[in-house]
Design a protein around this ligand. Structure first.
Ligand code: KIV
Ligand code: ZN
Length: 511
C-alpha cells in the first residue's frame, strides 16, 4: 500500500469552531508543531474569510518549509484569487477549492441547479489550475450526494486539472462500509482517477470520523484530512493522533510505511493545541488523555507487570509521553535541568534557559518535587512572558480580602515604567474584585471573556495554578497566561498579559 498523506486542518476546520479561535502568534505556534509532526499538508486557513485569516495563511505559507500549505476557497473567482494571493509564496502551495454537491445543499444553500454546479466546477477548477499546479477539489456533503451526480462533478474536476479529489462526510452521517464503498465506486467509475489522489474528510457527529477515514483508506483514499485533538465544527473532525496511531498499531491491516508522521511529537502537539484553546484532554481521550496509558484495576496491573502487552497495544513513548520521569527538585543543577528539557523535546537558547531555570528554582523553594507537567508549564509561561508587551502594565503587589459572609475586596498596585497606580474594588469573589480594580487603572476598551480557565499543573495540593485567559474585542482575541502557586496571582498575571496585548493592538490601530 502506498503512503497515506496527512492533511491537517486544525488551523481551518478546527479553528473555525466555537471556542477554538486563535490569534496569529498561536496559529504560528500550531504550524510549527505540525511541521515537527511532519504532516504532509497544513491547511492554514480560509484566506478570504477575514483580513486576519489572510495574514495568517500568508505568514504560515512564508515560514513553513517542509509541508504543503493550503488555503480553502469556495468555487468563486474572488475566493480563488484571494487563496492564491495568500499561499503563492509557500514552498509548495495548494488551493483547496470546494462546492456542495448534495441535493439539499445545492437547493437551499447554494440556490443552484445541478447543471450550474457542474458549470461552476469546470470554470473554477480551470481558474485555480492557472495559478497553481496543486489543486484539491472537494465535493461538500459528498456522502449525501447522488453518486451518479458526484461522479460527473469529479470527472469534470479531474479533466480540468484538479490533482486531489476530496469526498467529505461534512455532517458526520456516513458509516465505515458506506465510506469504503463510496471511495471505491467513484475511483472505479470515473475516468482519469489513476492520475489523482483521493482524500477523505470526516466529521465526528456520530463518533465515527476515525473509523470512516480508515474505511476510506481501505476504499482507496491516500489522503486523510484531520485535526489535532479532533477539533472542528460541532463534534469535530477525525483526530490526527487517533487515525495515525490506529494505522501504526495495525500494520497487518494498513501496511508498514503508512504515514511520515513523527509520532513522538504527538503528545506535545496535542498539549500545545489544548493549551492555546484553554482546554485539557478529557481523561479518557484516546492516545493523549491522562488515563490513556494508566492501569488502575488490580487484574490489569498484575497483567501489565508480567508483560506490558497484556493490556497495552501501543506504548506511551511512541507518542512522546515519558514514563520514567526523573523528578527534578531543588538539588537539580542547570545542566541536569537542561538535559531534562531536551529529553522532553525542548531546545532553548541560553537566555531562555536562564529565565526558565530561575523560575524553576523559585518554584523549588515552594514545593519539593517538580513534575514534567510543571516544567512544561514553566516553559510555555516563560515564552508568553517573553512575548509580553514590554511597555505594558506589570503587577507590583495585590491584596485580597475574602470571607463567606462579606463581599470580596481586592486592592491592586500596578507599575507602568516608573509610575505606580493603586485601586481597590469590590466584586463577586476576589478575582472579580481584582480584575475590576485592574480595569479602573488600565481602562481597557470593552471586551468579553472568551476563555477564563484555571487548571492545576499536577495532582498535589501544592500544585501551581495555571490560568489561561482569552479576551475578545472587536473580533480579535488576546491571550494571557499566568502561572503561580497562588491562583489569585496567576489570574492577575494572565489578565494583565491579555490586557497589555489588547492595549498594544488598540494603539497599533490608531497609528
Ligand atoms: O466538512 C467539509 O465538507 C469541509 C469542506 C470545506 C472540505 O470542511
Ligand atoms: Zn469539514
Amino acid at each position: 500500500m502506498s503512503r497515506i498523506k496527512i492533511f491537517d486542518t486544525t488551523l481551518r476546520d478546527g479553528e473555525q469552531s466555537p471556542g477554538c479561535s486563535m490569534n496569529l502568534k498561536e496559529k504560528i505556534e500550531v504550524a510549527k508543531c505540525l511541521e515537527r509532526l511532519k504532516v504532509d499538508v497544513i491547511e492554514a486557513g480560509f484566506a478570504i474569510s477575514s483580513p486576519g485569516d489572510f495574514e495568517s495563511v500568508q505568514t504560515i505559507a512564508g515560514s513553513v518549509k517542509d509541508c504543503t500549505v493550503a488555503s480553502l476557497a469556495r468555487a468563486t473567482a474572488k475566493d480563488i484569487d484571494c487563496a492564491w494571493e495568500a499561499v503563492k509564496n509557500a514552498a509548495d502551495p495548494r488551493i483547496h477549492l470546494f462546492i456542495a454537491t448534495s441535493p439539499l445543499h445545492m437547493e437551499y444553500k447554494l440556490k443552484m441547479t445541478p447543471e450550474q454546479v457542474l458549470e461552476r466546477t469546470e470554470e473554477m477548477t480551470r481558474r485555480a489550475v492557472k495559478y497553481c499546479s496543486n489543486v484539491e477539489f472537494s465535493c461538500e456533503d459528498a456522502t449525501r450526494s447522488d453518486v451518479d451526480f458526484l461522479c460527473r462533478v469529479v470527472e469534470i474536476a479531474i479533466r480540468c486539472g484538479a490533482t486531489v479529489i476530496n469526498l467529505p462526510d461534512t455532517v458526520g452521517y456516513t458509516t465505515p462500509d458506506e465510506m469504503r464503498q463510496l471511495i471505491s465506486t467513484v475511483m472505479g467509475r470515473v475516468p482519469g482517477t489513476e492520475k489523482v489522489e483521493f482524500s477523505v474528510h470526516c466529521h465526528n457527529d456520530l463518533g465515527m470520523a476515525v473509523a470512516n477515514s480508515l474505511a476510506g483508506v481501505q476504499g482507496g483514499a491516500r489522503q486523510i484530512e484531520c485535526t489535532i485533538n479532533g477539533l472542528g465544527e460541532r463534534a469535530g473532525n477525525t483526530a490526527l493522533e487517533e487515525v495515525v496511531m490506529a494505522m501504526r498499531t495495525r500494520p497487518d491491516i494498513y501496511g508498514v510505511e503508512q504515514t511520515r508522521i513523527d509520532t513522538r511529537q504527538i503528545a506535545r502537539a496535542s498539549r500545545t493545541v489544548y493549551s492555546i484553546i484553554g482546554q485539557k484532554a478529557p481523561l479518557n481521550k484516546p492516545i493523549v488523555g491522562r488515563n490513556a496509558f494508566l492501569h488502575e484495576s488490580g487484574i490489569h496491573q498484575h497483567g501489565v507487570l508480567a508483560n506490558k502487552r497484556t493490556y497495552e497495544i501501543l506504548t506511551p513513548e511512541a507518542v512522546g509521553i515519558r514514563t520514567n520521569n526523573l523528578v527534578l527538585g531543588k538539588h537539580s543543577g542547570r545542566h541536569a535541568f537542561s538535559n531534562h528539557l531536551s529529553a522532553m523535546g525542548y531546545e532553548l537558547t541560553d537566555e531562555e534557559l536562564n529565565v526558565v531555570f530561575e523560575e524553576f528554582k523559585q518554584l523549588c523553594d515552594k514545593k519539593k518535587d517538580v513534575s514534567d507537567e510543571e516544567i512544561e508549564a514553566l516553559v510555555t509561561h516563560s515564552t508568553t512572558v517573553a512575548e509580553n508587551e514590554p511597555n505594558g502594565f506589570k503587577l507590583d503587589w495585590f491584596a485580597v480580602q475574602t470571607t463567606n459572609f462579606t463581599t470580596a475586596t481586592s486592592t491592586v498596585s500596578l507599575k507602568l515604567g516608573d509610575k505606580k497606580f493603586q485601586e481597590v474594588a469590590l466584586g463577586d469573589g476576589p478575582i472579580d474584585a481584582a480584575f475590576q480594580a485592574i480595569d479602573k487603572i488600565v481602562k481597557p476598551i470593552p471586551h468579553t471573556f472568551d476563555i477564563f480557565r484555571i487548571d492545576s499543573t499536577s495532582q498535589g495540593k501544592d500544585t501551581m495554578g495555571d490560568v489561561r485567559i482569552k479576551l475578545m474585542a472587536e473580533g480579535e482575541t488576546f491571550s494571557g497566561h499566568g502561572l503561580s502557586t497562588d491562583i489569585f496571582e496567576a489570574s492577575i498575571i494572565a489578565y494583565l498579559g491579555a490586557l497589555n496585548r489588547l492595549n498594544a493592538w488598540v494603539e497599533r490601530q490608531g497609528e
